[in-house]
Design a protein around this ligand. Structure first.
Ligand code: AMP
Length: 402
């Protein structure tokens, strides 16, 4: 079975084609600058051979058309015919309270995704555009939605409710949803496999540290807590997002700076985080370099991030009533040697001690805890696309059987 996985952003579209027999990637790539000028497709096949195709891509449908053409082209193709694609899996950011697992896409599912535009304005609209474009181009192929929020639907009510009037929840479903669920679930399952133990018997804290960052507490194979909330703005200080702040700051700033809703949203989502603190960059590589040259605000931004991660590891250890496994994943979690070291330093009280030599690693599945340490600390590169492909396959196979 061959599955195409699609992750549609506002101006970009990532894709991977899986052969599910061996779960290997036949081709992958990204269409960038969709709807902007100078758009192009970067297409990569099995042995790392890359090609850039420059073409005007007015919208997501044109991008998908070009991807499908490239997948069957005689020069860079990996399929003989487009009918070889058995199903398409779509990453969808927000599934609200309705979706606790992946689903085959129907008109009703699309309507539910549309209803959530208001809470995921940056993500759900392009996700739906990708689905609708794909439906037009491959009308007979089943499509599956895999939600970033689904894994966190197991959070208990006392964890996911905010201390607001209960009517806010009843009327608008204002509650914590949690995000990056597909990634957290993948690395937690993988941790079980690597340790030769069943993941649902382990107390796990998974740190997805990328430009967007979140931490999850996992017990009995279920998410009990995630640092993100009603939207992906809550939680850790991130690349450009503020993370947790006192909500009173919003009205204070709006009054003092005469800001409107759009301006305050932009400040919190795009101008805050380690970018806002450092004044330099949202990228930890730049911050580490600047900090080494003596830039104090770059150092401060890194210290704030490290402090925040430590804080949540402590809190989640309490929620889990102990800790067996700590996982680092995503861009910074997989590559950030210094950041991992600083997060894990002086954490012996929680059973966390890492071996600096083992920690000197990037983008590899590896245990970095000291021999005999109580908590196994693992670096596990995430693979959300594979999870999406697996869910897609399972749903399509199950449908064929009924
Ligand atoms: P992601 O959003 O998962 O793609 O992660 C992107 C982030 O990972 C970047 O903004 C960097 O902060 C971080 N990152 C990637 N490579 C490195 C590296 N070699 N050292 C430190 N941070 C890195």
């Amino acid at each position: 079975m061959k599955i195409l996985v699609i992750n549609c952003g506002s101006s970009s579209l990532k894709y991977q084609v899986f052969n599910m027999e061996a779960e290997n990637v036949l081709a992958k790539g990204i269409a960038e600058r969709i709807g902007i000028n100078n758009s192009f497709l970067k297409h990569e096949i099995k042995d790392g051979e890359k090609v850039i195709i420059e073409e005007e891509l007015k919208d997501h449908q044109q991008a998908i058309e070009l991807i499908l053409q490239t997948l069957v082209s005689s020069k860079h193709g990996v399929l003989n015919d487009i009918t070889e694609i058995n199903a398409v899996g779509h990453r969808v950011a927000h599934g609200g309270h309705k979706f606790s697992s992946s689903v085959i896409i129907t008109e009703e599912v699309k309507e539910d995704i549309r209803e959530l535009f208001i809470v995921a304005p940056l993500h759900n609209p392009p996700n739906l555009q990708g689905i609708e474009a794909m439906e037009k181009l491959l009308p007979d192929v089943p499509q599956v939605a895999v939600f970033d929020t689904a894994f966190h639907q197991t959070m208990p009510k006392y964890a996911y409710l905010y201390g607001l009037p209960y009517e806010c929840y009843e009327k608008y479903k204002i509650r914590k949803y949690g995000f990056h669920g597909t990634s957290h679930k993948y690395v937690a399952q993988r941790a079980g496999e690597l340790l030769g133990q069943s993941w649902d018997q382990l107390k796990i804290i998974s740190c997805h540290l990328g430009n967007g960052a979140s931490i999850t507490a996992i017990k009995d194979g279920k998410s009990l807590e995630n640092t993100m909330g009603f939207t992906p703005l809550e939680g850790l200080i991130m690349g450009t997002r503020s993370g947790d702040i006192d909500p009173a700051i919003v009205s204070f700033l709006m009054i003092k700076e005469n800001m409107n809703i759009k301006e305050i949203e932009s400040l919190l989502n795009k101008k805050s985080g380690v970018l806002g603190i450092s004044g330099i960059s949202s990228d930890f590589r730049d911050l580490e370099e600047a900090s080494k040259k003596g830039n104090e605000r770059a150092r401060l931004a890194i210290d704030m991030f490290v402090h925040d991660v430590k804080l949540h590891i402590g809190a989640y250890t309490a929620i889990l009533e102990g800790l067996d496994v700590l996982i680092f994943t995503a861009g910074l979690g997989e590559n950030g040697i210094e950041v991992r070291k600083n997060i894990c330093i002086n954490m012996e009280a929680l059973g966390i001690t890492i071996d600096e030599t083992k920690n000197y690693v990037r983008c590899k599945e590896v245990e970095i805890s000291k021999n005999g340490a109580k908590v196994k600390v693992l670096v596990i590169p995430t693979n959300e696309e594979l999870m999406i492909a697996r869910d897609t396959k399972n749903l399509v196979v199950a449908r064929q059987l009924t």
